[in-house]
Design a protein around this ligand. Structure first.
Ligand SMILES: C[S@@+](CC[C@H](N)C(=O)[O-])C[C@H]1O[C@@H](n2cnc3c(N)ncnc32)[C@H](O)[C@@H]1O
Length: 274
């Protein structure tokens, strides 16, 4: 049972079974699943796997890092980091159903012991101070109003000089987003800040910017392609499986919001300095 409006938004019945059936329909060997097989469905953010690769390259992982993924969803990015680089990754997410499915997919990809998940709130992380070399978060902050507290919490669990890797949806100059979008059916659980305001909050929380990339154009092209290819018949495996019956409107609005500059997307890598 979901306990708050954000968790309710992301919770759907029998998600694990729905994904298993879709994997079979897509011709995947579910006894030999790889993170690549899952990428169309478990990378639940703008730009999907290519966006994860871009952010990971910006961080420059060596493989020895202890990583925390905040708002880890079904675990696509965290499994990718463990699989591709050899990092040890923990994920934390508010949505219990996502944590259950992330555990299931991690068992099915043979990554138990390298990746783990727990349910928790990014505003009150269940980890000791200075536990991680890298804190990673993609498309989760737009559901979180108290960004000052969020960024302080991300700073707290990082080791000194540790890195924060972010992919975030930001407010653009074009006005309020059209709803529904993937993260909200109505404005009550959507909290967007401009890139400039976000940067200021991050610096106040104790970070120094190492790299900041506006990825709006890449996200727009990817959102347009997805809205077009899904319009007629969606592929068997895709993030529409995680959304409700209004997923077509969400895909359409994602592209429209980026195009009309109601939303922007950025990647950032920052260093803990305090
Ligand atoms: C769009 S999904 C992104 C999932 C994942 N980061 C990915 O890119 O595949 C947003 C996720 O953020 C999680 N989330 C939202 N608010 C949160 C909070 N306060 N604490 C932890 N997780 C949160 C949601 O449950 C959801 O799984």
């Amino acid at each position: 049972m979901a306990h708050n409006p954000v968790e309710t938004h992301y919770t759907s019945q029998d998600l694990g079974q729905v994904i298993l059936a879709a994997l079979k329909a897509a011709g995947k060997d579910i006894d030999r699943l790889t993170p690549d097989d899952l990428a169309p469905v478990d990378e639940f953010h703008g730009g999907q796997r290519p966006a994860t690769i871009r952010l990971a390259e910006l961080v420059g992982f060596t493989g020895s890092e202890r990583v925390l993924d905040v708002g880890s969803g079904l675990g696509g990015p965290s499994r990718y980091l463990a699989w591709r680089y050899g990092c040890r990754v923990s994920g934390v997410d508010l949505t219990a159903e996502f944590v259950r499915v992330a555990d299931m997919l991690t068992r099915m990809t043979g990554l138990v012991g390298r990746v783990d998940y727990r349910q928790g709130n990014a505003l009150d992380l269940p980890f000791e101070d200075m536990s991680f070399d890298v804190v990673w978060s993609q498309n989760a902050a737009m559901n979180i109003a108290d960004r000052d507290r969020l960024y302080r919490e991300l700073c707290r669990v990082l080791k000194p000089s540790g890195k924060l890797a972010l992919q975030e949806v930001a407010a653009g100059p074009g006005g309020e987003p059209h709803y529904p979008v993937q993260w909200a059916r109505e404005p009550g659980i959507s909290f967007l800040f401009t890139p400039e305001a976000t940067r200021q909050k991050l610096e106040t929380a104790g970070f120094r910017v190492l790299a900041w990339q506006d990825t709006t154009e890449e996200a727009l092209q990817s959102a347009k392609r997805r809205a077009q290819t899904s319009a007629a018949a969606p592929p068997p495996l895709g993030t529409h499986l995680l959304l409700g019956d209004d997923w077509r409107a969400m895909f359409y609005n994602s592209a429209r919001n980026l195009e009309e500059q109601r939303t922007r997307l950025f990647n950032a890598v920052l260093e803990r300095v305090s």
